[in-house]
Design a binder for this molecule. Structure first.
Ligand code: ARG
Ligand code: GLU
Length: 667
């Protein structure tokens, strides 16, 4: 009786809360964090909402920056010292590298302020404040007016009005931008990029993915263009560092700039991503990577030449595999469909909402082929070079590239012909294939014109301009600038209403706006996960794991000799700890924070708001969290701050930097 009663109660519970607010899901707006603070404190957080975000006093937000428009960084000293990922500082490190000073390979350690290296194209932004401006806009003020006013509030201020919940709310973000940001330190790539693309998106992970910069300001502590007279910026706030270590279950918080999520899209869009788009793009990239990998294996010059290209193709390729797999595994399409049906049933007698789900579905049906064609075109024809520059042609490696480039061209033409819906295929392409006999034969003709200097490039140019015309035609059909996702102007309007309705209907759900590169808080805990039946992945890795992977024969696993020596001598100093009875150094850890691209470099903080690590990745099977967060699987990956300090000290010999940092006394 009791058991039956329980079963019924459970079934009823499942029926009403189809998508309950999952434990650690969510990327919350800092200015509204008071709405979450009780939950955060229940999970172990010890501070207040005002400590996280305040416009009246210095708060944690004043220690976090948007790093160069795509990553996150945090202040770790009162003298402008900034920590971010190695892969976020990569361009700057590369720009300063030459054959004589190869900082990418050997690392870079400024031993004094004078040695810090200025960077032309590098800026950071602090959030001055954010505020909802929905009412001001409704009252007739334009976004442009609001932005203009906000920018005039301070020197080098930037401002933006961003939509939340598909335009149901509008928020003004005011930033102070600093343009004099200097490189202080970077570990060798064999630490900062340890494991390379092989370990990318993978746990167990052993990457010391960090680099250090310093923000400089004018003598008045305000933003100033680069000048040797500038002085280290004195931030309102910087993070205290905790070396007490992490334990499974410990509260964690991530403060950063997540770029793009789509948690509220209809089942139709999820099915499109997981069943149509991801598999097609993965297959196209698998072919490209096979060609490039074979070339790299055949010739060391080609290995280096294609390294960056391989990395960027492989990054999204691996991410999409995890996304499609995770969505399939979780049954997200079916559960979203049930959710929509529940909403539609509720909305039946509400004129504002009664047609919304059907209208959304109709719009998806209208645009899906066009958007798919756009994606396929971007991955194929549009991924080919429009020309080879004179500098490229002059490189010694250029002639060796011919067979590879030709094979890529043929592969991509073949994929385009077979996968792009024919009504959206470029007319010039269809004609070319018909005349040549096959996409591959046509590719060979086009490639020869591209490759040979002085060849007749008329056909090549015609194909290029036809391709651009087709892409802009599709853009026009969709009528929106947000072409990152399957979207259209009409969809945006419909979603505005749909989300409004969802929030009225699903009152138990904890809604948070999709990521849009605005500052967010995510909270969770240090945690491993069940990787496979009976196989638990612990949340912490150590130096012992690095040594186990070390292999001088394999580029990505060839660690610095200094690290081998340290392991042999066990001279870890104050960075050594005992884990499972072994004396070792902690390296990376896993947590349940909801993160995405843009969260790279984000501070990961303990219950007291002290820095315990640096976010840099997720496991590949977690990447589904851009669409649906699965508490059982989704984990972010952080470098343990103790490994960062160990490398600064023992590999870089730059422990003088510790003098300006604050360390927590708590053990
Ligand atoms: N997967 C991480 C991110 O999405 C790191 C990428 C850089 N690292 C690499 N090995 N490619 O950006
Ligand atoms: N590596 C990503 C970045 O550059 C973060 C990983 C993720 O997508 O979570 O932002």
């Amino acid at each position: 009786m009791r058991i039956i009663g329980q079963a019924i109660a459970l079934a009823m519970l499942a029926a009403v809360s189809v998508q309950p607010a999952r434990a650690d899901e969510g990327m919350w707006l800092p200015s509204l964090i008071s709405e979450r603070i009780d939950d955060m404190r229940a999970k172990g957080f010890r501070l207040t909402a005002e400590d996280i975000y305040s416009i009246n006093k210095a708060s944690m937000k004043d220690a976090v920056v948007l790093f160069n428009g795509g990553c996150t960084g945090e202040l770790i000293s009162g003298e402008g010292l900034l920590l971010t990922n190695h892969h976020c500082g990569y361009d700057a490190i590369q720009t300063h590298s030459s054959v004589e000073h190869d900082y990418l390979t050997h690392g870079f350690w400024a031993m004094s302020r004078q040695q810090e290296l200025p960077n032309k194209e590098l800026n950071v932004r602090f959030l001055v404040r954010m505020e909802e401006v929905t009412d001001r806009i409704a009252a007739g003020e334009t976004k442009e007016e609001i932005i203009r006013k906000a920018k005039s509030e301070g020197r080098n201020y930037r401002a933006a009005v961003e939509q939340m919940y598909y335009g149901n709310q509008q928020f003004l973000f005011v930033y102070e931008q600093f343009d004099d940001v200097r490189l202080v330190a970077a570990p060798p790539s064999s630490i900062g990029k340890f494991g390379g693309d092989t370990d990318n998106w993978i746990w167990p992970r052993h990457t010391g993915d960090f680099s250090l910069f310093r923000i400089y300001a004018g003598k008045d502590n305000k933003p100033a263009a680069y000048s040797p007279d500038n002085v280290p910026y004195r931030p309102k706030r910087h993070f205290t560092i905790s070396t007490a270590g992490v334990r499974e279950g410990d509260f964690t918080m991530i403060y950063g700039f997540p770029g793009n999520t789509q948690e509220y899209i209809l089942s139709d869009a999820v099915a499109y991503v997981a069943e149509r788009s991801d598999p097609a793009k993965i297959a196209i990239r698998t072919g490209r990577l096979d060609i490039i990998t074979a070339a790299q294996a055949s010739d060391p010059a080609l290995r280096i030449h294609y390294a960056a290209k391989h990395a960027s193709i492989a990054n999204a390729w691996k991410k999409w595999q995890g996304e499609a797999l995770g969505i399939g595994r979780l049954g997200t399409v079916a559960s979203k469909r049930a959710y929509e049906e529940g909403f539609a049933a509720w909305a039946q007698d509400k004129p504002e909402y009664s047609r919304i789900v059907a209208d959304l579905k109709a719009e998806y049906a209208r645009i899906a082929d066009a958007y798919f064609a756009r994606e396929i075109t971007r991955e194929t024809l549009d991924a080919l070079p429009a020309r080879y520059t004179a500098e490229e042609r002059a490189e010694a490696v250029f002639p060796q590239r011919k067979a590879t480039e030709r094979a890529l061209c043929q592969w991509l033409f073949g994929q385009y012909a077979r996968r792009c819906p024919v009504q959206y295929q470029v007319p010039e392409f269809l004609d070319g294939v018909a005349a040549a006999g096959s996409p591959e034969a046509y590719a060979a003709q086009i490639f020869d014109a591209l490759w040979l200097q002085g060849a007749d490039t008329t056909a090549l140019h015609a194909l290029h301009s036809d391709t651009k015309r087709m892409l802009s035609h599709i853009g026009w059909m969709l009528g929106t600038k947000s072409l990152r996702n399957l979207n259209s102007a009409r969809l945006n309007e419909l979603y505005t209403t749909y989300i409004k309705g969802l929030r009225e209907w699903d009152t138990d759900r904890a809604f948070y706006p999709d990521a849009n590169l605005t500052l967010r808080v995510a909270y969770g805990h240090v945690g491993g996960y069940e990787y496979a039946d009976g196989e638990y992945h612990k949340p912490q890795t150590t130096l012992d794991g690095i040594i186990a992977k070390d292999n001088p024969e394999i580029y990505d696993y060839d660690i610095p000799q200094a690290l081998r020596d340290l392991y042999a001598s066990k001279a870890y100093g104050r960075w050594g700890t005992t884990i499972d009875g072994r004396k070792t150094v902690p390296v990376c850890f896993l947590a349940t924070n909801h993160t995405t691209g843009g969260n790279s470099g984000s501070p990961i903080l303990n219950a007291r708001g002290e820095l315990i690590g640096l976010n840099f990745d997720r496991t590949w099977r977690s990447t589904m969290s851009d669409i649906a967060f699965d508490e059982a699987i989704c984990r972010n990956i952080a470098v343990d701050i103790r490994y960062v300090l160990f490398v600064i000290d023992r590999i870089g010999g730059a422990d003088y930097l510790f003098d300006e940092m604050d360390f927590s006394r708590r053990k």
